[in-house]
Design a protein. Structure first.
Length: 353
């Protein structure tokens, strides 16, 4: 599966501002993509709903999955080569094992989607047989450990909150002992330090497609020799540098006016700038239009969450246009899905008095 050099560069050129790329970055990236064979990418799925792959496929520039990933007529020297991505691959059985082995023979980037169960020796999530020199059933845990610590693995990208921190599969009571990529390793060990040094977490449930594309673009622009600036959770600061509230229309327009939710309906409690609605009225456009009342008292976790959702938004109507809406804009309190404490530490998602 190949993304053509021309299309990838065209996307990144148009999106340069949104992705945080400079003209110099684009020139470096063009040089990197001109290298014979292109960068190999191995994309593994663990305990995942595949929403992260679907988000990538819904990138605002590309109109179809084929346009994004299946430009097979392009010369190999003009491609970013996704050697394997389960959700969009047609190969099965031994063909997959061969694809992964061939990709892992040279320099490659490892993308992981979904949490990694470690209970029952990883048997809760088996992804193939006889891979990478391993005999019999191969678990996602074994595959990630095999690939991530290799010296020829240039980068490990945890795509989505599940791969980054465990996410929903790791929620209480976590019967499969699910973890994020870095959680597989004991802190302070050589393997922990090795993987952490080349790990980029792209959390979100799912992450915005521009977060994924922009991160890959940065790595290519710097010949895989430099990583973007990251925070303590290994998230690129370009996308996860500010709290949701900082650029939220609701917070900045009406920070002293709140929406509360009461199961008995309007007017049961309130005062102090609080507008009370019933659960089925939360989507009322009179209180939930852009710039409407703040949802903090309805359970919004924006003050504890870092991402650029309020600026970038979702469901772009066209090439590089700002998205049409986002969770809080649509009247749904932020659930804090880009944070390492999601979901348990961000619950309940909605406060109903």
């Amino acid at each position: 599966m190949r993304i053509t050099r021309r299309d990838f560069l065209k996307y990144c050129s148009i999106a340069a501002g949104a992705l945080g790329l400079t003209a110099t970055d684009l020139l470096k990236m063009e040089k990197a993509l001109a290298s014979p064979g292109g960068l190999k990418v191995i994309w593994l799925n663990g305990q995942a709903c595949t929403g992260c792959t679907v988000s990538l496929a819904n990138s605002s520039y590309y109109t179809t999955v084929q346009e994004l990933l299946l430009a097979l007529s392009a010369p190999a020297s003009e491609t970013l080569d996704i050697a394997f991505i389960e959700t969009l691959s047609g190969a099965t059985g031994s063909a997959i094992a061969t694809q992964v082995a061939n990709a892992a023979a040279g320099a490659f980037a490892l993308c992981v989607e979904g949490a990694i169960p470690t209970g029952a020796s990883g048997a809760y999530c088996e992804i193939g047989e006889d891979w990478l020199g391993m005999t019999g059933a191969v678990t996602i845990e074994a595959a990630v450990k095999n690939l991530a610590t290799r010296t020829n693995c240039a980068a490990v990208i945890a795509v989505g909150t599940c791969a980054s921190f465990g996410g929903i599969p790791a929620g209480f009571p976590n019967p499969t002992t699910a973890k994020g990529v870095l959680g597989l390793y004991t802190k302070g060990t050589t393997d922990y330090r090795t993987v952490r040094s080349k790990l980029l977490n792209i959390p979100g449930c799912p992450p915005n497609p521009n977060w994924i594309v922009g991160t890959i673009a940065y790595l290519l622009a710097n010949d895989l020799q430099a990583f973007p600036s990251v925070d303590s959770l290994r998230r690129p600061r370009t996308y996860y540098g500010e709290r949701i509230c900082n650029n939220c229309d609701r917070f900045n327009a009406n920070k002293d006016k709140f929406v509360g939710v009461d199961k008995f309906g309007s007017g049961s409690w309130g005062g102090g700038g609080l507008t009370v609605v019933a659960p089925n009225e939360l989507g009322n456009p009179n209180v939930n239009m852009p710039g409407g009342y703040c949802l903090k008292k309805a359970g919004c976790k924006g003050s504890r969450t870092k991402s650029d959702c309020s600026l970038r938004k979702w469901h772009s109507p066209g090439k590089l246009q700002t998205g049409v809406n986002w969770c809080v804009g649509a009247g749904a309190p932020c659930q804090g899905c880009t944070q390492d404490k999601f979901p348990d530490g961000m619950s309940p998602f909605l406060y109903i008095r």
